[in-house]
Design a binder for this molecule. Structure first.
Ligand SMILES: Nc1ncnc2c1ncn2[C@@H]1O[C@H](COP(=O)(O)OP(=O)(O)O)[C@@H](O)[C@H]1O
Ligand SMILES: [Mg+2]
Length: 248
């Protein structure tokens, strides 16, 4: 590796790293966007799992949507035992799902206009674990709590900058509303991220859909500009770098 090369963080998702010159640039903020059910949470969880099991990179998974027991149950179907990694202190799952009673002490000002409470929780977990990867699933839940786009942009910017400052690679998920042509708050989220990956599950005939993945942007990378086939297999998400999606 020469001094000019950007250090890469392997996603460990089969086929994906080949599309992005080996992985995400270390310390970057990457947005995984897509409509509901396109595989954002699975991809993000797989990123944390692979980091901890294959690359010696502990990870923190912050869930604002699904409760941890459901995430664990879904991932064990792919042979990914998150519970074991939690016990081994290789990952932590921070439960900020709606089912959880959040105490004002731990969560700070959330859900007001201030995300510093959330930031403190995340950084605390990062420090305890020596984490190199952080996932926030999903940013959209936070975004809906803000009325002002300016404050939203500012708070998100502070949050992402402070998490990645120490070289942590941050993955955010963002839900694109089903009925919307435009992208809603997605433009603000995309503005924050140095990389944007979009997942699709498009109807290709009256009776079938086809999953695909697109690298919309990735800082400092000669990434693929095609839309590639993706499947959710028994081992989780897999991308076919040589296969262009039939839906596009
Ligand atoms: N074991 C599995 N095998 C195949 N597909 C699955 C499996 N588990 C979930 N899926 C698919 O993944 C979708 C959910 O993925 P998820 O990452 O939660 O979506 P998102 O976070 O984008 O809403 C489900 O709707 C289903 O289509
Ligand atoms: Mg999800």
């Amino acid at each position: 590796m020469s001094d000019h090369d950007i250090e890469r963080v392997k996603t460990g998702i089969p086929g994906l790293d080949e599309l992005i010159e080996g992985g995400f640039p270390r310390g970057d903020t990457i947005l995984i966007a897509g409509k509901a059910g396109t595989g954002k949470s699975i991809l993000a969880t797989q990123f944390i799992y692979k980091g901890a099991t294959e690359y010696n990179e502990p990870g923190v998974f912050v869930t604002l949507e699904e409760p941890p027991h459901l995430i664990k149950r879904n991932m064990i179907r792919f042979g990914m035992d998150l519970e074991k990694l939690v016990n081994e202190k290789k990952i932590s799952i921070v439960d900020l799902s709606p089912s959880k009673e959040v105490t004002p002490v731990t969560i700070g000002e959330y859900p007001s206009f201030d995300l510093s409470g959330l930031e403190a929780i995340i950084l605390n977990h990062v420090k305890k674990l020596g984490a190199k990867r952080v996932v926030l699933d999903t940013l959209s839940i936070l975004a809906y709590k803000f009325r002002s786009r300016d404050i939203l942009r500012e708070e998100f910017f502070k949050l992402t900058a402070n998490i990645t400052r120490s070289g942590v690679t941050l993955l955010l998920t963002s839900e694109i509303p089903a009925q919307q042509g435009g992208l809603g708050v997605f433009d603000i989220e995309a503005f924050l991220a140095s990389g944007v990956i979009v997942l699709y599950n498009e109807k290709i005939s009256d009776t079938s859909r086809s999953r695909s993945i697109e690298v919309l942007k990735l800082r400092g990378s000669k990434h693929s500009s095609r839309i590639h086939s993706m499947r959710i297999t028994d081992e989780g998400i897999r991308v076919w770098p040589g296969e262009i999606s039939p839906g596009h």
